[in-house]
Design a protein around this ligand. Structure first.
Ligand SMILES: [Zn+2]
Length: 77
């Protein structure tokens, strides 16, 4: 019975982790996933909107970004 207890608490921790990964966390994971996909396709760092190279400073700030700073700004508006 004591063995089960640690398994259960581990399970609860995992559930908590998934629970804490709310919409924002999941979206971020999805963007990272997409970025990895673009690396595989050799399209990483290219703006998905205008097709230009994303500024280096922006890639450093948001490595999984899909848009260059111009497109990201206009998307947010
Ligand atoms: Zn762009």
């Amino acid at each position: 019975m004591s063995g089960n207890f640690s398994d259960q608490s581990q399970e609860m921790e995992n559930q908590e982790l998934v629970f804490n990964l709310d919409a924002e966390g999941r979206e971020e994971l999805r963007l990272i996933d997409e970025a990895l996909q673009r690396i595989a396709e050799d399209a990483y760092g290219v703006c998905q909107e205008c097709g230009k190279q994303v500024q280096e400073g922006r890639i450093k700030a948001v490595p999984y970004t899909r848009y260059c700073i111009d497109c990201a700004t206009s998307q947010e508006e």
